[in-house]
Design a protein around this ligand. Structure first.
Ligand code: TYC
Length: 117
């Protein structure tokens, strides 16, 4: 994709002190908006972490209701990996740390990772 600022060249005033002397000003005519890089936060399956604990993680750190949390947990259980949400870099990093710290505190081997979209 080619995306760049739209720039328009405008001459300064044409008389008096601002007479044209071959100088010009570049004026931005379109607001500069940049899409942030986005990251998927993923849960990985393991054989030991209780299903109920994974559901709790999804409710607590990813604001899922019980039904969505159960669906995601079962998806991870059956397919090995599943998406908890999509975030900007720093938010994704925080979620991964929160899940890893909380799991460790409860002595579960649950793994949470992020990947660039
Ligand atoms: N496989 C686990 C079990 O049978 C449940 C589980 C689901 C573990 C999702 C981790 O990310 C996970 N108790």
């Amino acid at each position: 994709m080619i995306a760049g600022p739209i720039l328009m060249e405008r001459e300064k005033g044409t008389d008096g002190d601002n007479a044209n002397r071959g100088t010009s000003v570049i004026t931005r005519t379109k607001p500069k908006t940049k899409k942030p890089n986005l990251y998927r936060v993923l849960l990985l399956n393991d054989d030991y972490t209780p299903m109920e604990f994974v559901i709790h993680i999804l409710e607590r750190f990813f604001q899922k209701d019980r039904e969505a949390a159960t669906r995601i947990m079962l998806h991870v259980h059956n397919h090995g990996v599943g998406e908890c949400g999509i975030f900007t870099y720093e938010v994704a990093e925080t979620k991964v740390s929160q899940v890893m710290d909380f799991s460790r505190q409860h002595q579960h081997p649950l793994q949470c990772v992020m990947e660039k979209k």
